[in-house]
Design a protein around this ligand. Structure first.
Ligand code: R5P
Length: 294
């Protein structure tokens, strides 16, 4: 078995290979002078099962195209099996036509990934508001893993929160709040959220009262930071002692982290599904555990 990581996933792929005790496959990716992508697989993959690790973030069109070139090349070079590990799966939010005429991007992307011979796909905390299971979209076997146990363990180990109240900032986040609360042996609640625009949301509390409590907000994505800022404002106004945030995918649009810190959040923790300044937790163990059997 071979692990190959796309250019933005080299660190993550090498951690996965290390966990599995195998070497990482080599890859050359560059651009031709005219802007076209060049990709070359440097390892012998004939007859091998290959785990491809390629997060699709920040420049999703480019990284998706790299995945398509790579998976197609691997199959063409005789790989026995190609398993896609796409820790951050962009385009999952456009899973329905919100306005007439819109492209169903999630469906298109899934068809492209299947079209190059991908045998199986794993995602991590994929955005699933309306689509409840990835198998509703993919025809190949698909699995959505979670980084929340790793994030909760990190928070527990850092020991900075005492009996924290776990908050999911919207209804979808209940799945992550539940996992984190179980792991931290504490209670949780979720807020109600209404999106008013790309960067504006309205958040309302339900039952939970954060007065005198340490709070951990958990979510899948931090993009503009608007969701976290609104939730943190409410919790601090209720009298929370401190508010920390843990998210799987720290997309972090420009200024997001500063906005969150200015709102009074003491710590923001993310994973390396999107490598960046707060990627303190690696998802390598969760990928390795499943790659082992792929
Ligand atoms: C959406 O519902 C997601 O779960 C996140 O809450 C959302 O993507 C965060 O976006 P932002 O940081 O821009 O508020």
């Amino acid at each position: 078995m071979i692990v190959i990581g796309g250019p933005t996933c080299q660190n993550l792929a090498s951690k996965v290979a290390k966990e599995l005790g195998i070497d990482m496959g080599g890859l050359e990716v560059r651009r031709f002078p005219d802007g076209e992508k060049y990709l070359r697989v440097l390892s012998d993959v004939k007859g091998q099962s290959v785990a491809v690790i390629q997060s699709i973030h920040h420049t999703p069109d480019e990284l998706l195209f790299e995945y398509l070139l790579l998976a197609d090349a691997l199959k063409d070079l005789g790989a026995k099996r190609v398993t896609a590990f796409i820790p951050y799966f962009a385009y999952a939010r456009q899973d329905e036509r919100f306005k007439p005429g819109e492209a169903l991007s999630f469906k298109t992307v899934s068809k492209l990934i299947e079209s190059v011979g991908t045998d199986e796909i794993y995602t991590i905390d994929m955005h699933q508001h309306r689509v409840l299971k990835s198998s509703e979209v993919f025809k190949i076997p698909s699995h959505n893993l979670s980084a929340m146990p790793l994030l909760a363990d990190y928070v527990k180990k850092s020991g900075k929160l005492e009996n924290p109240l776990v908050i999911g900032p919207d209804a979808e986040a209940e799945q992550w709040a539940k996992i984190a609360a179980e792991r931290l042996r504490t209670d949780y609640d979720v807020f109600e959220k209404k999106r008013l625009g790309d960067a504006h949301v309205e958040v309302r509390p339900r039952r939970a009262n954060a007065s005198g409590r340490d709070v951990l907000i958990v979510d899948d994505i931090i993009s503009t930071g608007g969701t976290i800022v609104e939730a943190a404002k409410i919790l601090l106004a209720q009298g929370a002692r401190q508010v920390q945030v843990a998210c799987t995918h720290p997309i972090l649009a420009p200024g997001a982290l500063e906005k969150i810190r200015s709102a009074g959040v003491s710590e923001v923790i993310g994973t390396d599904t999107v490598p960046g300044p707060i990627s303190y937790v690696s998802v390598a163990p969760v990928i390795a555990e499943h790659a082992r059997h792929s």
